[in-house]
Design a protein around this ligand. Structure first.
Ligand SMILES: NC(=O)c1ccc[n+]([C@@H]2O[C@H](COP(=O)([O-])OP(=O)(O)OC[C@H]3O[C@@H](n4cnc5c(N)ncnc54)[C@H](O)[C@@H]3O)[C@@H](O)[C@H]2O)c1
Length: 475
């Protein structure tokens, strides 16, 4: 099973924290810089509208007794990585590590010097907790967020924010009603190199953009469901299932295989793909598409997976066509490689790249580091680079932005607010709705994102929630 966790150990986290951040200025296009880019002068650039870039004042410098009390919900690899990041700050305290798997939760609690809770409700009931980090499997993200908000907590929710359109919408309504700060784990919006890329586009340097291609191409683990297993004594399987329908316990599902089953996930488009979708959508500044269409299936795998291993989705934004392509068998593709170096990926083999075709150039962007380059027409079979910037994985920046917004209460300064998260995650849901209704072309109401004249697709707008695990109409 694949592992995407950034920090598998404290050592890795420390290496990230110590990583060099100065970039070579050659051909560099920087926010705030005034650099010559292959003859193309970049003006002194401000901060792109609507973005928060780190100011010199960090909340990490606030008084120790003014610490933000955090709780981790879901102590798998990702949850432990994120909480290690917050633990390394001076301005946060880790109050709880919550997991339905007692062994995992208790060991995390010992490691991070926190209390253990089996049920997230214990965390929500504790008035001393300011904010929660939700790093459960995907089918729990919205329900956890919804309940946390109602209990008055701020939330850092891992991507994808929702398992269906309805619950994402309800999380936005709840966040606004209870005035909560909700940051989504799409950290690429907090990367200085991506902010610079957005500025480059907004300055018109790429010309008019009519095509954007988003890739998600890599070898990804399959699923063979083990049968006849007993639920381990210290594992609350009913809580693990939560809103999803009841089914026999299988360790192969709860330890990673859930990604491949529709009841828990929408596959790797929702898992990894949503990072690139979100980054691309933000870079080109688009919201709700006019239509969406997806085709694909399981062509390569011969196992128990349900979610596609091959998928192409096309979205219509008037004069811009937005394409997402996924293949989960190409071993020859690589994500970014070293996420903290000044080396560009081998773009044609980069599994998680974005290509933005402007009338004045082609911008290729990597996520989680990788940087970006703008290519002009080659002359002698050598690439001609007009502008470029190296990039680093932007975890710390994203967490910093969350903490700053908890203190300021300023939703508009959140880099990945719940509403932005929902818009990007909807691109996943449209693809799923199209695919599961025989690759229907979905016509979309651009005011509210609902689907026109297709009751079958609209049936997938919301799931059937298991009793006691409902997200209600009434927030
Ligand atoms: N932003 C990123 O870069 C990034 C990277 C990796 C993973 N993720 C996301 O983080 C999430 C977690 O990923 P993971 O690989 O750690 O998954 P995982 O399945 O290994 O871990 C999830 C943990 O949540 C626990 N859990 C399940 N239901 C729970 C509940 N109701 N209450 C408390 N705990 C519960 C499980 O027992 C498990 O320990 C996924 O949604 C994934 O997409 C994000």
């Amino acid at each position: 099973m694949k592992s995407e966790n950034l920090y598998d150990s404290d050592l890795e986290l420390r290496q990230y924290q110590n990583a060099k951040v100065d970039l070579p200025v050659d051909r560099q296009f920087a926010v705030g810089g005034n650099l010559s880019v292959n003859g193309l002068k970049s003006s002194t650039l401000g901060i792109a509208a609507g973005l928060t870039i780190l100011s010199g004042v960090s909340v990490a410098s606030t008084a120790a007794n003014d610490k933000i009390n955090l709780a981790l919900i879901g102590c798998g690899g990702r949850g432990r990585g994120v909480i290690a990041g917050f633990k390394s700050r001076k301005d946060t305290n880790i109050a709880y590590c919550c997991d339905v798997d007692k062994k995992r939760g208790e060991s995390a609690a010992v490691k991070f010097n926190a209390k253990y809770a089996e049920n997230m409700q214990t965390v929500f009931d504790d008035k001393s907790v300011d904010a929660v980090i939700c790093a459960t499997p995907d089918h729990w993200h919205s329900l956890c967020t919804f309940r946390a908000i109602q209990a008055g907590k701020d939330v850092y929710v891992e991507k994808p924010v929702s398992h269906n359109a309805f619950e994402g919408q309800k999380c936005i309504e709840a966040a606004r009603k209870y005035n909560r700060i909700v940051q989504h784990g799409t950290q690429n919006r907090s990367a200085p190199y991506n902010i610079a890329a957005k500025k480059y586009i907004e300055d018109g340097r790429l010309g008019n953009i009519h095509l954007c291609r988003v890739y998600n191409m890599k070898k990804w683990g399959g699923l063979r469901i083990k049968k006849g297993e007993k639920t381990p004594e210290n594992f609350n399987y009913d809580l693990w299932l939560g809103p999803a329908p009841n089914r026999e316990y299988s360790s192969s599902i709860v330890y990673g295989g859930w990604h491949q089953l529709w009841d828990f996930s929408a596959g790797d488009m929702a898992d990894d793909g949503v990072h690139q979708l979100d980054l691309a959508r933000w870079l080109i500044g688009k919201e709700i598409p006019k239509s969406a269409y997806a085709t694909g299936g399981i062509f390569s795998r011969k196992d128990d997976s349900q979610t596609p291993d091959t998928l192409v989705a096309t979205y219509d934004y008037d004069d811009l066509t937005f394409v997402f392509e996924l293949a989960l068998y190409p071993e020859y593709m690589q994500k970014i490689g070293d996420r903290n170096s000044d080396i560009f990926p081998v773009w044609q083999n980069c599994a998680t790249r974005i290509e933005i075709f402007g009338t004045k150039g082609l911008m290729v962007v990597g996520r989680h580091g990788g940087g970006w380059q703008v290519f002009d027409r080659p002359k002698n079979r050598e690439p001609v680079v007009k502008a470029e910037q190296h990039g680093r994985v932007p975890e710390q920046e994203h967490w910093e932005n969350f903490i700053q917004c908890i203190r300021s209460r300023s939703v508009k300064d959140l880099n990945a607010d719940i509403e932005k998260a929902h818009r990007s995650t909807m691109l996943v849901h449209y693809a799923t709705m199209s695919l599961l209704t025989g690759s229907a072309k979905l016509e979309i109401n651009t005011n509210d994102g609902t689907i026109k004249n297709n009751p079958d697709a609209m049936k997938l707008w919301k799931r059937e929630y298991r009793k006691q695990y409902e997200i209600t109409e009434n927030v």
